[in-house]
Ligand binder design. Structure first.
Ligand code: ADP
Ligand code: ZN
Length: 217
């Protein structure tokens, strides 16, 4: 199954996608993670992406589409994938459709992860991310066992530069202006399902995901 995750930054797309990855054995492909890996390796793509990411604006569509379509051509995507953070504009959604059409496939399910801006801003400012495996934590609601250390792999947790108040405000603005139209876009295709990004227990979250996935099948 080919799935995309929609929702504001910090709504919980990544957390839900990680649960689905484990349960359904699909690759979890995050555009933000690919950009950050490029920034770390100081590639040309990374240098370009950094200038946008630091401001909380979107990396240009053509660059982003090429990068993601390349990734989707890899072998591990043959039986499906979970896209997290892409598409983020109508142009990207059209670009994705076009690429999938060429290989006779399509998006089966768009999952909208909901949360309101205040909840989201609070979550993002307390978010800490593992620099190695990408696992996410929250200093209050989901702290790691040892301060500043990833439970899963032992690497250092960082506070992303774009998870600071000013940039969060700009990222939410970008979301409302450019990404929200995708909700109607996928709703009109009849493949949109909604889940709260603020479900507390893991069991409830898995339950909600199961219901959605059985709809997609
Ligand atoms: P979050 O969903 O928590 O905002 P991401 O890791 O998905 O964070 O993205 C971080 C940044 O990377 C975005 O603010 C944006 O600058 C850039 N980015 C990620 N995905 C895309 C995309 N599909 N199109 C353009 N820019 C993107
Ligand atoms: Zn880790």
């Amino acid at each position: 199954m080919n799935i995309i995750m929609l929702g504001a930054p910090g709504a919980g797309k990544g957390t839900i996608a990680s649960q689905m990855k484990e349960k359904y054995n699909l690759p979890h492909i995050s555009s933000g993670d690919i950009f950050r890996a490029n920034i770390k390796e100081n590639t040309e793509l990374g240098k370009l992406a950094k200038s946008y990411i630091d401001k909380g604006t979107l990396v240009p569509d053509d660059v982003t589409i090429n990068m993601m379509v390349d990734r989707l051509c890899k072998d591990d995507c043959k039986n499906g994938f979970i896209l997290d953070g892409f598409p983020r504009t109508i142009v990207q959604a059209d670009g994705l459709n076009e690429a999938l059409n060429k290989s006779n496939t399509k998006i089966d399910l768009a999952i909208l992860v909901e949360g309101d801006d205040d909840q989201i801003a609070e979550r993002l400012s307390g978010r800490r991310v593992c620099e190695k495996c990408g696992a996410t934590y929250h200093i209050v609601s989901m702290p790691p066992k040892v301060d500043g250390v990833c439970d899963k792999c032992g690497a250092t947790l960082i506070h992303r530069k774009d998870d600071t108040a000013d940039v969060i405000k700009d990222r939410l603005k970008t979301y409302h202006e450019q990404t929200k139209p995708l909700i109607d876009y996928y709703n009109e295709k009849g493949i949109l399902k909604t889940i709260s990004g603020f479900i507390k227990s893991k069991e409830e979250m898995i339950d909600a995901i199961d219901k959605i996935i059985s709809f997609g099948n």
